[in-house]
Design a protein around this ligand. Structure first.
Ligand SMILES: NC(=O)c1ccc[n+]([C@@H]2O[C@H](COP(=O)([O-])OP(=O)(O)OC[C@H]3O[C@@H](n4cnc5c(N)ncnc54)[C@H](OP(=O)(O)O)[C@@H]3O)[C@@H](O)[C@H]2O)c1
Length: 292
């Protein structure tokens, strides 16, 4: 079986590395070719010049790109994947996108007589490299057993028809992204009143039930040099996609929109490529500016 991989950012590179290290024959494409070439230096993989070429030369194609626009580019453009598909090919879409776009892409892929599997993932770079992702699958249930999905995952959970997995993934991300923003806002207030941010987190850890949450974020969130696992700029995207999907149904999305605006402020100040948890560092610093 020949496997295609489109999108070699933080996650895609790690996932493709996992598959290549397990002996799969890969053909890969990335918009910035240097990343594909760097993977080809590490593993015996073929580098394609377009998503279409990946489609033409593989049986199963995995896609891991940043957002709806990136997905539309790699699938729908002139040299996009859809122009390299034909009967019997399988496209596995891992990016975190809106349910609406996922449905659109599914229809295009079906029209090319190929199969669309929605498979967003939970976990980050190290989990991807070690095959320990949690993968939520929508589409035909049989595809939960696809060997490449199993190779990447410690758990594969079938959710139902497309686009349920995309909706579920946005709903999960909304919870932890809002949670981290609320910690960050608390840091802004205490630092404005002269309380050290580290000390504050220690007090919360020791005196409330939120010990495990604080333990997860206290070093990482306040350290602007923490190696990025999930880009802060993508947190804005996920929260806005979540809010849009909810508002589309006529349900208010005030918390997620509010949180996305906090992350967007940090993006404006140059933190887009930092780890999303650095919103804590950013708000702590912001609070300090207001100290009398
Ligand atoms: N990082 C995580 O922990 C994590 C975990 C679970 C899910 N996710 C989701 O997984 C997806 C990828 O995340 P990531 O962390 O790997 O992001 P990333 O490092 O920013 O990589 C984004 C990828 O998308 C490509 N891309 C962006 N715009 C494009 C366009 N217009 N046309 C073609 N390719 C384009 C980039 O190509 P270039 O290299 O040319 O820029 C790159 O390969 C996102 O949807 C994210 O929300 C991330």
């Amino acid at each position: 079986m020949k496997v295609g991989f489109i999108g070699l950012g933080l996650m895609g590179y790690a996932m493709a590395s996992r598959l290549a290290s397990k002996g799969y024959k890969l053909i890969v494409y990335n918009r910035t070719r240097a990343k594909a070439e760097s993977l080809a230096k590490e593993f015996d993989v073929e580098v394609a010049s377009s998503p279409k070429e990946v489609g033409l030369h593989s049986d199963v194609v995995h896609i891991m790109v940043s957002d709806d626009y990136a997905l539309m580019d790699v699938v729908l453009s002139n040299d996009g994947l859809v122009n390299g598909l034909n009967e019997g090919k399988i496209v596995i879409q891992h990016s975190t996108i809106t349910p609406m776009t996922s449905l659109r892409i599914m229809n295009v892929i079906k029209a090319a007589r190929s199969t669309y599997v929605e498979a967003p993932v939970l976990g980050s770079v190290s989990e991807a490299r070690e095959g320990r992702l949690i993968t939520y699958v929508s589409g035909d249930k049989d595809y939960t057993k696809l060997p490449t999905i199993s190779e990447l995952s410690r758990s594969v959970i079938y959710v139902g028809p497309v686009p349920k997995a995309s909706a579920l993934k946005l709903a999960i991300n909304n919870i932890f992204l809002v949670l981290v923003t609320s910690i960050a806002e608390s840091l802004a207030l205490v630092s404005a009143y002269g309380i050290d941010c580290k000390e504050f987190l220690k007090i919360v850890r020791e005196t409330t039930w939120m010990k495990s949450i604080i333990e997860r974020y206290e070093d990482r969130g306040l350290n602007p040099k923490f190696p990025t696992r999930f880009k802060l700029g993508l947190a804005v995207k996920d929260l806005r996609y979540f809010a849009n999907a909810l508002q589309y149904l006529g349900i208010p999305a005030n918390t997620s929109m509010g949180a996305s605006n906090v992350y967007a402020l940090a993006v404006k100040d140059g933190l887009s490529l930092n780890d999303y948890s650095n919103i804590m560092y950013y708000m702590c610093k912001l609070g300090k500016k207001f100290r009398g």
